[in-house]
Design a protein around this ligand. Structure first.
Ligand SMILES: *[C@@H]1O[C@H](CO)[C@@H](O)[C@H](O)[C@H]1NC(C)=O
Length: 395
């Protein structure tokens, strides 16, 4: 509801802004056509040539104004869509889970905007942050990405060594400006800090109007994930869950015998979304999510994945306004975590025949070895490649 109020508020402001802009545009037109004095009816003595450069500046200003008017009009249009609602009959009504995308703003990062024009496909991109500590895993991932022919894959190279890997593999990469914020994170061996950096880096991509898959480096690609997205939610994310209940939600009963006839309380449970592989539509709730996670992370520290989930799932309550982004859990057999693979799938003849889209080694410490084993099993036809590993990582 607060979103709707905000939009109505914006519409009010838009109305005033449009009125002012129209005034300015009329003023500009008058200045161009009648460079002397509009109200002084004497013949014009100033030649057009002398105001050539002035004209260039004004037409540039006009272009900017037109752009702003276009953006405001778009906001008004969206606001109208939201405010003029009539509910249909039973079974025909659905809420708004597919939020409008933001108007791309190239000015936030012109260099990245240019790069994305070349690398993105259908305004979508896979983004991977990497520094030299994860180089061997990154190389396995690159091999897997190339094998399935994914074009829109971009590495955010956090150091020179990774830039070298990208060049030698002919993979598109982006290096942040040295003066961009919290760059010391790029040098850190602390995975948590690099993990937090992604919420900062992703903002520009969304603000530029791109849908983004964020992938950690310990992910093997076996199919093109863009062919397996629903794109109906702000956040589409893989799960840490290992079956339908844990991944998609279930009721856990809380039992308090002292309450006699009302001893059972239902509690909704879901295993966390895995913040190492998710798709964000370029919408306001997605950008707000990034900002919130970053803000919490830098103010009070903690595990970025836990913070990510708290912002996604905690509803508004006294003293807190919830995010209310729309969300979707990815299919656990398509976007598979390494627990599902090693505890279930590799031991089940039917599930072994499935072809996952990606596999994320999130649950295991010996990530590189398990990534290579996944390549051997799913790509190189080595049927026993997964057998020698224990369910969990020993150390
Ligand atoms: C899990 O959910 C999928 C999709 O809804 C369904 O096809 C499958 O039968 C379910 N599996 C179990 C064990 O309930």
């Amino acid at each position: 509801m607060s979103g709707r109020r905000d939009i109505i508020q914006q519409v009010h402001e838009c109305g005033i802004a449009i009125a002012i802009l129209v005034g300015i545009v009329i003023g500009c037109v008058c200045t161009i056509l009648l460079p002397n004095d509009f109200f002084n009816s004497g013949p014009s003595k100033v030649g057009l040539a002398s105001c050539g450069s002035e004209f260039a500046v004004i037409s540039e200003k006009n272009a900017e104004l037109r752009k702003q008017v276009r953006e405001l009009t778009e906001k008004v249009r969206l606001a109208e869509q939201i405010t003029e609602i009539k509910a249909g009959s039973f079974g025909t009504v659905t809420g708004l889970r597919t939020n409008p995308t933001v108007v791309p703003d190239k000015s936030v990062n012109p260099r990245l905007a240019k790069l994305l024009e070349k690398v993105a496909v259908n305004k979508e991109i896979i983004v991977v942050l990497a520094n030299s500590n994860v180089k061997p895993m990154l190389e396995v991932q690159i091999t897997s990405v190339k094998r399935v022919g994914i074009q829109n894959y971009l590495i955010v190279a956090l150091d020179d060594s990774i830039e070298g890997v990208c060049k030698s593999n002919e993979v598109a990469y982006y290096k942040r400006d040295p003066d961009e914020a919290v760059d010391e994170a790029g040098k850190s061996e602390n995975g948590a800090i690099v993990s937090g950096l992604k919420f900062l880096v992703l903002r520009d991509f969304l603000q530029l109007g791109y849908g983004v898959i964020l992938s950690d480096v310990d992910v093997v690609f076996l199919q093109n994930p863009f062919n397996h997205l629903y794109r109906d939610s702000d956040v589409e994310c893989m799960s840490d869950g290992h079956d339908n209940d844990t991944a998609y939600g279930f009721n856990e009963l809380f039992d308090d015998p002292s309450m006699t006839r009302s001893r059972i309380v239902y509690t909704n449970r879901i295993w966390v979304f895995n913040s190492g592989f998710f798709y964000l539509r370029p919408t306001l709730p997605s950008i707000e999510l990034l900002d919130r996670v970053r803000d919490t992370l830098y103010k009070s520290g903690g595990w970025d994945q836990a913070i990510f989930n708290e912002h996604l799932f905690y509803p508004s309550h006294p003293g807190y306004i919830g995010l209310d982004a729309s969300k979707r859990v990815m299919d656990i057999y398509e976007f598979m975590n390494s627990r599902v693979l090693f505890k279930t799938v590799r031991k089940n003849e039917e599930l072994k025949k499935l072809k996952p889209v990606i596999i994320h080694m999130n649950y295991h410490g010996d990530k590189l070895e398990r990534m290579q084993a996944v390549m051997d099993f799913y790509v190189n036809g080595k049927e026993d490649a997964l057998d020698s590993f224990p369910d969990g990582t020993a150390r």
